[in-house]
Design a protein around this ligand. Sequence first.
Ligand SMILES: *[C@@H]1O[C@H](CO)[C@@H](O)[C@H](O)[C@H]1NC(C)=O
Ligand SMILES: *[C@@H]1O[C@H](CO)[C@@H](O)[C@H](O)[C@H]1NC(C)=O
Ligand SMILES: *[C@@H]1O[C@H](CO)[C@@H](O)[C@H](O)[C@H]1NC(C)=O
Ligand SMILES: *[C@@H]1O[C@H](CO)[C@@H](O)[C@H](O)[C@H]1NC(C)=O
Ligand SMILES: *[C@@H]1O[C@H](CO)[C@@H](O)[C@H](O)[C@H]1NC(C)=O
Length: 255
Amino acid sequence: MKPAKLHYWILGWFFTALCCWCTSDTFIQSDIHPHAWKKLYFAHHWPVTVCKMNANDCHDPPEYWTIHGLWPDRAEDCNRTWHFNVTEIKDLLSDMRHYWPDVLHSSLNRTQFWKHEWDKHGTCAATLEVLNSQKKYFGKAIELYQHVDLNGCLLKAGIKPSSSYYKMTAIKETLTRFYGVTPKIQCLPPEEGEEAQTIGQIEFCFTKELQLVNCTAREGGSNVMHAHLKLGTSELSVCNDTLPTYYPSEVQNHK
Ligand SMILES: *[C@@H]1O[C@H](CO)[C@@H](O)[C@H](O)[C@H]1NC(C)=O
Ligand SMILES: *[C@@H]1O[C@H](CO)[C@@H](O)[C@H](O)[C@H]1NC(C)=O
Ligand SMILES: *[C@@H]1O[C@H](CO)[C@@H](O)[C@H](O)[C@H]1NC(C)=O
Ligand SMILES: *[C@@H]1O[C@H](CO)[C@@H](O)[C@H](O)[C@H]1NC(C)=O
Ligand SMILES: *[C@@H]1O[C@H](CO)[C@@H](O)[C@H](O)[C@H]1NC(C)=O
């Protein structure tokens, strides 16, 4: 290669690299292309912890893990003209109330939570044919919930709400062994003067073919998911492997 050619080659490489770098950076900003997502996060939350995080009217939370949402990574609010319409999911309503309740507003109009999930996440997930209607999106989430059966898995492993603490590594290993993939586990950090974190959310990752995958791979890059973690005044974050972990059976410190 002649020196001049080499020079252009290097320059070309440099701009290609620069360009990729810019593109991945703009993912974080806005105007995310609805097709840009790669993975679905299927979030289950522990209603008792959700209640603990909020000063809202949250009475008698269910004592089983419920659905928080089915979220494409790297995409949100993909179609603002595709409005949520509860009539479209009328056949699913009894399952929805049971498996996907609005834990925080149980006494109010419950469709708001589903509307929020559809507007923000469902409209993006709908680029997949198997999720391209409200009935398919919510119906498939319920199907995945039953298939994953997180409540059954934890029960079989003897991991139950308790006043004594669990080791986070034990919970993580149990789930990883059972499912063959590593979920993302989130906790409320210890409050001042407390030693234990409180488990709050477990997310399973799926490919676009709806196969389970590790949540850990290529986690960095986008911070879009952060938006989901904040509820009320306290915030969930990835659990600390070394802290004792509380799996609460009743709401304490109710504000
Ligand atoms: C957005 O949703 C509307 C209403 O369902 C639909 O007609 C339109 O094709 C959608 N736009 C895109 C870009 O998917
Ligand atoms: C809601 O969906 C139902 C059933 O598909 C349909 O008949 C109705 O027109 C829709 N309502 C609106 C406001 O789009
Ligand atoms: C709940 O909200 C929907 C749409 O916002 C409305 O049509 C319905 O009447 C409300 N139901 C109750 C019980 O308030
Ligand atoms: C998931 O992670 C586990 C352990 O971290 C690894 O053994 C396994 O091969 C991974 N599976 C996939 C499908 O990437
Ligand atoms: C986990 O908690 C321990 C003990 O409080 C602390 O030293 C460590 O920095 C924490 N690790 C992370 C990743 O936050």
